[in-house]
Write a protein that binds this ligand. Sequence first.
Ligand code: PMP
Length: 437
Amino acid sequence: ASSPNNLDAFWMPFTANRQFKSNPRMLVSAKGMFYKNAEGQSILDGTAGLWCCNAGHGDPRVVNAVSQQIAEMDYAPAFQMGHPKIFELAARVTGMFPSGLDHMFFTNSGSESVDTALKIALAYHRARGDGARTRLIGRERGYHGTGFGGISVGGIVANRRTFGTMLTGVDHLPHTHLPEKNAFSRGQPEHGAELADELERLVTLHDASTIAAVIVEPVAGSTGVILPPKGYLERLRAICDKHGILLIFDEVITGFGRLGAPFATDYFGVKPDLVTLAKGLTSGTIPMGGVVCSKGIYDAFMTGPENMIELFHGYTYSGHPVAAAAALATLDCYKDDGLFERANEIAPYWEDAVHSLKDVPHVIDLRNLGLIGAIELEPIPGKPTARAFEAFLKCYEKGLMIRTTGDIIALSPPLIVEKSHIDQIFDTLRTVLKEVA
Ligand code: PMP
């Protein structure tokens, strides 16, 4: 029988949890910037959960909105039915985007948003009589969730190797990571925008008339915080425009203030055709995601060239009223507390704190943008990921939650972070990195 104490009954995914049974890290409550674990220790949240709890934990506005909504109406079917809050939410989210990005389809996760966006892109071309446009282009080291769409366009070979059948007609652009040690560049790298021109190479190879869409994370998060060089996203946009290719920004991480602007779309001043969202939409409280696009693209998807049945798409929990209530209250927190502006204001302090680790042992690169940080460690020969994982364990013992991906430590605190929390994060890391092997 399973009980919370029967750890055999539950398998925790990911590297960081292989040693879970010998060293259980049970979180039991959360408030503001801190978790509390089963031993009663406070754990500073250096990662906003999994890049999602942008408004911090347990804001009473969200708690009340969720409990009220369950009491008022727990569920409404997503098909042929609606409820006022989901229309209000669609209007509020799309109202945060530049004009033209004014329609929204609701999902329950980032992975579903990615699948949905890819399907919308294919349906759009088909509806326009351009059905030969079926090829999809992602990037090496891109992460777009764990659905078949996401692992097909995603650039992590290990995530798809086991599963054989993938979407066909997918290519990957090289990622923009400049593998120079000790670059320590602040913000966006100056060089490397020309890597966008690899898209022209794929266009020549396959013919533009076969390519439906390009999907990129404006800033790659889960694969180690890889920042776009200045001008890179602009160049991708220009090439897509030239050849009638749709550009999809996967803003599951960069959305909702992470860069100190509402979306990466605003931060970089580049307007994609479709945007995938999740995580910060509800600040991690209730699962919800979405895809934002223009009316023209949305209508092609929802009505289609032939009939609705052929283009059927949607989820039982699309536009869930409780998630909608959580999202609306979360947007209130962002707006009323000026959290995106706050993130922007504190970003220079964050940048200095990240780069204060320059001379700390094992550190071979530091990267930052908005409230994202990355500390790249020199791998131990023959033991990739070991050093970062040891740092993760030691940070946790000292009351700090970080995230590791390979030998890179990724940081993304809730946007309510104060300077004192930032000091605590980097003091802990400085101590821990001197201790690790
Ligand atoms: N896209 C990006 C850019 C992500 O970072 C993630 C999650 N880390 C996903 C998609 C998948 O989101 P989910 O885990 O909610 O399916």
